[in-house]
Design a protein around this ligand. Structure first.
Ligand SMILES: *Cc1c(COP(=O)(O)O)cnc(C)c1O
Length: 479
């Protein structure tokens, strides 16, 4: 090595001393096992001290520092102040709890640093394996396609774009919706997730082109109202094209009558998409699967492995019945992405042809490790158990005169309140968060502020439910 080479070789980012880094890595791994194993002993959430925020308001680091220094900052100022979804007291929104197995898989994926946009490599076969497993879970036909994406919000957007291509043809990709369009209309329930409207907005169809259909007493889309809205739109010259059913609404866990929606879509010649962000995975529990009967007839299903399947964030997924239509919605020829029949540039079709991303991470690996290590029966059993815990919470609420149940509990979400006004209930939830005992969220049911507990985390036990109820009563009774 001449002097110049020697100087340049110092510019790589590999360590001078691998054994030192190895020791550091083992310590980090041990610490994270410790963190997960003893998560219950810490508060679910705690307010962030100003000093922690200030640490992350530093100037751009021009000079290197020791990894130990960075790790120390992480340990002191980041790890203690997360949203707490690893903790069994976390019951807010809909968050998965993650697993140590998923954490290890993430480490392996980062080591390979695989880019799953395309090319002939085994990591893509792992993703194809998950596509096949998803196809089997939902009894979709051969020729179905699937793709990992950030989350269900993005997967719903892909589904809207596929439905648009189905009705307007692939020329819409060039000509745009305005040139091709006419007036398209989509339908979903009033309780559907806000991202369905956002998908219409981002796709250029407009959020106003989404009709929000009222729900019945069980928070399911009212089928007569849906039928009427479609007829009215047709009478006005608009083109109904898509119905988005929900398997597990965020507010109450309600599941639309998916079989009836599938029948209606077949009759009316509409596309049928299911937002099954968390609820779709009830197919893994024999006891719960009948709740989502009809999901196997959808044109596409969006769901998250990062919620009820406990895969670490993020691992959203779209499954589509017509794989060729799916590909034609996103595939773009480009010289620098030329496909070959031999060598590394083979392996067509590439995952990047099924969505907007070219560079893509190895989300499939943590999902593969999770499904393979636990088996889908066990994951289904965890899902069923969180629903049983929800019924336990429901019973506790019904047995307590100071509490009021605000919505039916079909799945894993319980909406209730302390019998007092909205301000008191909002205060109770903030007190719960700051106490570190439990972290439910809130929603509004029939105009009333509800304390909303969504039981998703696989670590939740009855004692966590008891701690929630006892604390609500205690904080509610506070002057
Ligand atoms: C969580 C959720 C979404 C959004 O999914 P992300 O993974 O957060 O993008 C959409 N719909 C429903 C019903 C959800 O529960």
């Amino acid at each position: 090595m001449n002097a110049k080479d020697h100087e340049l070789s110092g510019i790589t980012l590999d360590p001078d001393d691998w054994s030192e880094l190895r020791t550091m890595g083992h310590r980090m791994l041990d610490d994270m096992f410790e963190y997960i194993e003893h998560v219950r002993e810490r508060p679910v959430w705690q307010p962030i001290p100003q000093a922690a925020r200030e640490r992350f308001n530093a100037d751009l680091p021009r000079e290197p520092s020791e990894i130990g220094e960075a790790y120390d900052e992480f340990s002191r100022f980041v790890a203690p102040y997360t949203s707490g979804n690893v903790h069994p007291g976390f019951m807010g929104w809909v968050h998965g709890g993650g697993t140590a197995v998923g954490m290890l898989a993430e480490m392996l994926a980062a080591g390979l640093n695989a880019n799953l946009g395309g090319r002939d490599q085994m990591p893509i076969e792992v993703e194809r394996q998950i596509v096949e497993w998803a196809r089997q879970m939902f009894r979709f036909p051969a020729g179905s396609s699937g793709v990992f994406i950030t989350g269900t919000s993005a997967a719903n957007l892909l589904a809207v774009l596929i439905a648009r291509t189905a009705v307007l043809g692939t020329e819409v990709r060039k000509e745009g919706v305005i040139a091709k369009g006419g007036v398209l209309r989509a339908y979903t329930s009033a309780d559907a997730h806000i991202c369905v409207g956002q998908a219409m907005d981002i796709s250029g169809l407009g959020s106003a082109a989404l009709r929000r259909i009222p729900v019945d007493a069980d928070h399911r889309m009212d089928l007569t109202a849906l039928q009427n809205a479609i007829a009215q739109d047709r009478a006005k010259g608009a083109t109904p094209f898509l119905v988005v059913g929900t398997a597990g609404t965020v507010d109450t866990g309600a599941i639309d009558n998916l079989s009836a929606l599938a029948d209606l879509c077949a009759r009316e010649k509409l596309r049928f998409h299911v937002d099954g962000a968390f609820g779709a995975l009830t197919v893994l529990s024999p006891a719960l699967a009948p709740l989502v009967d009809g999901i196997e007839r959808a044109d596409s299903i969006a769901f998250d492995f990062h919620k009820w399947a406990q895969v670490p964030y993020d691992a959203g997924f779209l499954l589509a019945r017509d794989g060729e239509l799916h590909r034609q919605t996103f595939a773009s020829p480009a010289a620098y992405l030329r496909r070959e029949t031999r060598g590394l540039a083979g392996g067509s079709p590439w995952p990047s042809e099924y969505g907007p991303d070219l560079s893509r991470g190895f989300r499939a690996l943590k999902t593969w490790f999770t499904l393979k290590t636990y088996g889908t029966d066990r994951i289904g059993a965890v899902i069923a158990r969180t629903c049983e815990l929800a019924r336990y919470l429901e019973r506790r609420v019904l047995a307590e005169p100071r509490l009021e149940l605000l919505a039916p509990v079909p799945l894993n979400i319980v909406c209730f309140r302390y019998r007092a006004d909205d301000a008191v209930n909002a205060r109770i939830v903030a007190d719960l968060h700051e106490s570190g005992i439990a972290a439910p969220s809130t929603t509004t049911i029939h105009g009333k502020l509800a304390i909303r507990a969504a039981l998703v985390n696989h670590r939740i036990q009855t004692c966590d439910i008891d701690a929630l109820v006892d604390a609500v009563l205690r904080f509610g009774g506070k002057p």
